[in-house]
Design a protein around this ligand. Structure first.
Ligand SMILES: NC(=O)C1=CN([C@@H]2O[C@H](COP(=O)(O)OP(=O)(O)OC[C@H]3O[C@@H](n4cnc5c(N)ncnc54)[C@H](OP(=O)(O)O)[C@@H]3O)[C@@H](O)[C@H]2O)C=CC1
Ligand SMILES: CCCCC/C=C\CC(=O)/C=C/C=C/C=C/[C@@H](O)CCCC(=O)O
Length: 329
């Protein structure tokens, strides 16, 4: 019998999650039935969506939702061999049983030398989010100017690099000077620390005096309200996330956006990456190629130890991560 360790949501979050909102439990896993697989998590992802989704989709006592790169330890399923690595959405667990239907094999062209943890970041859901958000929502064109916030994160850093590959000028903002230096290192044309500039409005105007064609919004809130006033005519806004609001006990009531939307004839569209699940392989193939070619740089914020998952999650929400936040079991 294998004992799995799991993190459960002990208490729904009030404001920022606290480590006391989680409980570490042990579960004895049953013997495999025909067609089943036993897997161990090798890397686990901590993502912002877990904050609002836990409120919407989870009950207290549920195992935290989430995804992992896992290794097959035992197989009674002829389609999967022991030792194979897969991406699963089994939540915050060290071990779990699957019938294989919910598992995604890594692309066959995955180089042995490439960290498999990237399947949770640049060559995984965040990277796919950047890919389709930019191509299908922003519909970015060469020569345009793209603005992205949370730019040093899992999604934002890919957005900026894909926009550069697409021949755009890219402006990014992040919450530390180290992150700003990283953005310039990976090719952003302009980058600033939104926490230290005296005026967001001035910083945005200085970075692109003519304004922005596309705004890839990961943050929402006040930043978005200011940025919208610097959009060019016919600009497009991809509403990817609103992390500035996820931890609000009382929802912020922002200013009204209708006047700039009308006068600038803007298009603003919210999206969830699962919209393009049928084209996921297309995005992963392109992202993997760009990473292997060195055109897309990756950075991971690795927290060691399953017991540190809550701390890694809270740290990411507080901006302590540069690049994709993951936990190495
Ligand atoms: N629509 C979709 O399908 C998807 C949406 N998303 C969304 O994209 C966004 C980025 O996700 P992801 O790349 O995984 O996360 P990141 O790796 O970017 O980590 C979150 C980052 O958000 C920034 N942040 C946190 N709080 C605030 C705040 N109050 N104001 C401004 N910035 C803040 C921090 O960076 P900093 O130092 O810059 O403050 C932090 O590092 C999130 O909003 C997420 O919900 C992600 C995946 C799919
Ligand atoms: C304050 C309201 C916030 C609404 C927007 C919330 C989140 C946006 C976002 O981050 C969406 C992310 C979607 C991620 C989808 C991931 C799937 O590929 C896997 C999901 C895993 C699971 O469901 O367990």
């Amino acid at each position: 019998m294998v004992t799995a360790k799991v993190w459960v949501l002990k208490k729904h979050f009030e404001g920022f999650p606290k480590t006391s909102d989680f409980d570490l439990k042990k579960i004895e896993l049953p013997e495999l039935k025909d067609g089943e697989l036993l897997l161990e998590s090798v890397f686990l992802s901590v993502d912002p969506y877990m904050r609002p989704y836990s409120q919407r989709d989870m009950k207290e006592g549920d195992i935290m939702i989430g995804t992992q790169v896992a290794r097959i330890l035992e197989s009674k399923n002829p389609a999967f061999t022991v030792g194979t690595f897969v991406v699963a959405s089994s939540g915050w667990r060290t071990h779990f049983i699957s019938d294989g239907k919910d598992l995604q094999l890594l692309p066959s062209s995955w180089p042995e030398s490439l960290p498999k943890s990237l399947a949770l970041g640049t060559v995984g859901m965040p990277g796919v989010t950047a890919y389709f958000g930019l191509l299908e929502v922003c519909k970015v064109k060469p020569g345009e100017t793209v603005l992205v916030n949370a730019a040093a994160g899992a999604v934002g850093s890919v957005v900026g690099q894909l926009a550069k590959i697409g021949g755009c000028k890219v402006v990014g903002c992040a919450g530390s000077d180290d992150k700003v230096a990283y953005l310039k290192k990976i090719g952003f044309d302009e980058a600033f620390n939104y926490k230290t500039v005296t005026s967001l409005d001035e910083a945005l105007r200085k970075a692109s005096p003519d304004g922005y064609d596309c705004f890839f919004d990961n943050v929402g809130g006040e930043f978005a309200s200011i940025a919208i006033n610097q959009m060019k005519k016919y600009g497009r806004i991809a509403v990817c996330g609103a992390i500035s609001q996820y931890n609000d006990s009382v929802p912020q009531q922002g200013p009204y956006l209708q006047v700039p939307m009308i006068f600038k004839e803007l298009r603003m569209e919210g999206f969830i990456v699962t919209r393009w699940n049928n084209r996921r392989k297309e995005a992963l193939k392109a992202l993997l190629k760009w990473v292997v070619e060195g055109k897309v740089k990756c950075h991971e914020q690795v927290t060691e130890g399953f017991e540190n998952m809550p701390a890694a999650f809270i740290g990411m929400l507080k901006g302590e991560n540069l690049g994709k936040a993951i936990v190495k079991v």
